[in-house]
Design a protein around this ligand. Structure first.
Ligand code: NFE
Ligand code: MG
Length: 505
């Protein structure tokens, strides 16, 4: 007998995701990931001036607008035939790097940690940390006032096993609050070179419109040093502590096992020479990434019927609500017809397999030793958290190198003309994974614009062949101890850090 459980909405993630699972003998047998809203950015962009694209596409999301902006200006760099000066390349990296840092920190503390940390222990706090005393007093006040949800947004939550050690909980709760301050600091770092947050005017084809002023570089460095301390002293140790307390999550949430990264953070004027390398890991073997092999299917998506997969240059976005057999507003991107997972785990594993950066491989090995796991166990719910935390450190450390490479006072921008016709692919990574924008310009206007987005890869519905998407595969086999509290399923979903606002764009 199978029992269907629907989690709708899955909370503590970005956007509107519903997950329907069929449970048999205490385990998930089948899972269906449903994106619940249509937005239509690709339709809005048609017929507009190409230079509107990086502004409009940043509105896809408030968490990763920078990566949409970067994907858009990379596509336009190619379409317009312009190469940014090295200062422009480095400032783009600092802007995008700071955006990744805030995103990873907010994902662990504000979105995921409450799956593991027992916030209810705050009522037992008897120490003299002012922040924790304040929080305890606030919860007590809400209880005394008989509020329905006295500790919202922390409670209610699914019942289950949370961190038992009181001191570990207090520390994590304190870091939860500090993380908000860290996030603000990283956002300020973005704004120094991008103009403002979240939707940055400073990202332009040909480079960055802000100058490389010594004052901004110094301000960025001081924020970066504070962030690096938080990542080293709080974020990474907290993830290791959670990983050691929940070792079973290195065996839960195992994904399809195939991974894709476009690569991100160019270190030369060639946009493909990136710090995190591109690549495809299929059945444990590393292949070079080929952009021609990306295609989107809509067999189970609410879009007009099409024959087979469309490469993004030929992609169409025609909404078809109520289409028979469809259950999601996400398309189903596939690589060479295969389901692949994208994100920090994909980037870290692909860099690890490439082995070009011995320092990076050493840090992956050290993390695995700290949690007592083997590399193959990174393909799991806890592995995704561990890879994300490690990646956050790698990026923050690398930002210091990019800062050193900026030449103060030298140009950050190369002028260009918008041609009457052209096309380009902007391939980068957002914090949640491989992100591509494809632009076709005709008559000086956008003739077609397609975005293939990280969460569209990870949370896609089934494709035309009926192959389940990456999250759907990862949910299969997940044990569900209590059908009224499907905490295990929620933990697997959140390990992907889904953003449905992006995914449905
Ligand atoms: Ni709305 Fe986004 C990221 C992009 S997710 S957060 O990271 O691109 O698919
Ligand atoms: Mg799209």
């Amino acid at each position: 007998m199978s029992k269907t459980i629907t989690i709708d909405p899955v909370t503590r993630l970005e956007g509107h995701l519903a997950v329907r699972v069929e449970v048999e003998n205490g385990r998930i047998a089948q899972a269906f990931s449903q994106g619940e809203m249509f937005r239509g950015f690709e339709v809005i962009l048609k017929g507009r001036h190409p230079l509107d694209a990086q502004q409009i596409t940043q509105r896809i999301c408030g968490v990763c607008p920078i990566s949409h902006g970067i994907a858009s200006i990379l596509a336009q760099d190619e379409a317009f035939g312009v190469t940014p000066p090295i200062n422009g390349v480095m400032l783009r990296n600092l802007i995008q790097g700071a955006n990744f840092i805030q995103s990873h920190i907010v994902h662990f503390y504000q979105l995921s940690a409450l799956d593991f940390v027992d916030i209810a222990t705050i009522l037992k706090y008897n120490g003299d940390n002012p922040v924790l005393k304040d929080l305890k007093g606030w919860v007590q006040g809400q209880l005394a006032a008989k509020m329905v949800y006295p500790a919202a947004p922390f409670l209610p939550r699914y019942a289950g096993k949370y961190l038992e050690d009181a001191a570990a909980n207090f520390q994590a709760i304190q870091h939860y609050l500090e993380a908000l301050e860290m996030r603000r600091m990283a956002q300020q770092g973005v704004a120094l070179f991008a103009g403002k947050v979240p939707h940055a005017p400073g990202l332009v084809p040909g480079g960055v419109s802000e100058q490389a002023a010594v004052r901004s570089l110094t301000a960025f460095r001081s924020k970066l040093e504070r962030l690096r301390r938080f990542i080293d002293e709080a974020y990474l140790p907290d993830v290791v502590a959670v990983a050691k307390s929940f070792p079973d999550y290195f065996d839960i949430g195992k994904g399809c096992g195939d991974f894709l990264a476009y690569g991100v953070f160019p270190e030369t004027q060639n946009p493909r020479e990136t710090y995190f390398p591109s690549g495809v890991l299929i059945e444990g073997k590393l292949q070079d990434f080929s952009p021609d092999k990306v295609a989107e299917y809509v067999g189970h998506s609410w879009f007009e019927k099409q024959e087979g997969g469309n490469h993004p240059y030929a992609g169409k976005t025609v909404a078809k609500p109520g289409k028979e057999g469809a259950y999601s507003w996400l398309k189903a991107p596939r690589y060479d017809g295969r389901v692949v997972e994208v994100g920090p785990l994909a980037r870290v594993l692909i860099a690890y397999h490439r082995g070009k950066d011995p320092g990076l491989n050493k840090q992956v090995d050290a993390l695995l030793a700290a949690v007592g796991r083997k590399p193959e166990q990174l393909n799991s719910a806890m592995g995704r958290h561990a890879a994300r935390a490690l990646e956050c450190k790698l990026i923050a450390d690398r930002c210091a190198t990019w800062l050193d490479r900026v030449k103060p006072g030298e140009p950050t921008f190369q002028d260009f003309k918008v041609p009457d016709a052209g096309r380009g692919a902007g391939l980068t990574e957002a914090s949640r994974g491989a992100l591509g924008h494809w632009i076709v310009v005709e008559g000086g206007k956008i003739a077609n614009y397609q975005c293939v987005v990280p969460t569209t890869w990870n949370c896609s519905p089934r494709d035309d062949q009926g192959k389940a998407g990456a999250l759907e595969v990862a949910l299969q086999g997940t044990p569900i101890a209590d059908e009224k509290n499907p905490l295990e399923a929620a933990r697997v979903v959140r390990s992907f850090d889904p953003c449905l606002a992006c995914a449905v764009h």
